[in-house]
Design a protein around this ligand. Structure first.
Ligand SMILES: [Zn+2]
Length: 341
């Protein structure tokens, strides 16, 4: 027996055997207990597989192999998230076309995944930029559209003034464009939305049924948004309680707590904010608005961050008991949800 482990010989031999025996192919209509394990699909870039990919894929693989040996019919597929900006930008950088770069990168990823011995069922491989695949995403979209569950609306988007393009939240790094480093602005642009609010109640309730860390569930709750609540009007007043004639609508899921309200919060981009801010508070409020415009919604709703806000100098009259409450702006209130207050 060899004293030293020789991966070049041993691994190739066994990987070939696994392949020939189609060991990782999930059986259709098997009487065995089932396990479906899905890793996120990578977007194939020219850099190849990173240690970060391996850190995600290897634990799933160990789990799948364990279940496989316990007699489960394991479905462990892999595919390629090869559409959209990352694939396009990579091709631009290489002065090529995604239809040329993507297949080349996929072949390399696949070679590397086999090299580290992951037990994928390659007979079920998908590629999101292949017409055979995206005809189904188009079919789903049309179905949602016809049923009024996909619609177009205006919402703030990340805009790079020098690249003159919209950026995904993930492409904004510390308020700057990942490509050119310019400070990213928020602009109101028409965008497509899915009406998940139609299912908000069910989505929220079913979070109780899954075994996820509480922090992740909290983030999901923030994303799903509020489904049931009450909207009411609040009059704006000065510090002495003199009404200004202006008002705003407030949304709350807890109307029973209105009596004990101690402050009201507007989204920084609420159209009334600059109108009602008093002159002594203006500098601080404007600085806060400028800062929040550079943050993504992901950053604004993160459960990790401290929730802060600034006082506008204006007050609102609690409609239940007539008491004055200070009006703050805070970036965890999003203009796209509820009334922005
Ligand atoms: Zn840019």
């Amino acid at each position: 027996m060899e004293e030293k482990y020789q991966p070049q010989q041993i691994e190739q031999k066994w990987q070939k055997r696994w392949q020939e025996a189609q060991l990782f192919r999930a059986e259709d209509f098997s009487p065995k207990p089932k396990l479906y394990a899905l890793d996120f699909f990578p977007y194939p870039s020219g850099d190849g597989l990173s240690v970060g990919h391996c850190r995600n894929y290897i634990p799933t693989d160990a789990f799948c192999r364990y279940k496989h040996m316990k007699g489960f019919n394991v479905l462990h597929p892999m595919g390629w998230d090869a559409f959209g900006l990352p694939a396009e930008n990579e091709a631009i950088r290489k002065r090529s076309h995604p239809s040329k770069t993507v297949p080349r990168y996929i072949a390399n990823y696949k070679r590397q995944m086999n090299m580290i011995g992951i037990s994928y069922d390659w007979s079920r491989e998908i590629n999101s930029s292949s017409p055979d695949y995206y005809k189904w995403t188009q079919w789903f979209f049309l179905l949602l559209y016809k049923r009024g569950l996909a619609y177009r609306s205006t919402a703030p988007a990340n805009w790079c003034p020098s690249c003159k393009t919209v950026l995904a939240n993930e492409e904004v790094e510390g308020g700057a464009c990942w490509r050119c480093g310019s400070i990213v602005e928020k602009r109101d642009l028409p965008q497509w939305f899915f009406k998940i609010t139609e299912y908000a109640e069910r989505l929220l309730n079913d979070l109780d049924l899954i075994n996820w860390p509480e922090g992740i569930k909290m983030m999901q709750r923030n994303w799903i948004g509020r489904s049931e609540g009450v909207e009411f009007e609040m009059q704006i007043a000065d510090a002495q309680g003199k009404p200004s004639g202006k008002s705003f609508r407030v949304f709350t899921t807890r109307v029973d707590t209105t009596f004990g309200m101690s402050f009201a919060v507007l989204a920084p981009e609420h159209p009334l904010v600059l109108e009602i801010t008093t002159s002594d508070r203006r500098a601080e409020v404007e600085a806060y608005i400028a800062r929040s415009q550079r943050e993504t919604e992901i950053e604004r709703l993160s459960t990790e961050r401290v929730r802060d806000g600034v006082f506008t100098g204006a007050y609102a009259i609690n409609p239940v008991n007539g008491q004055l409450v200070p009006i703050f702006i805070a970036d965890y209130v999003l203009m796209g949800y509820g009334t922005g207050a």
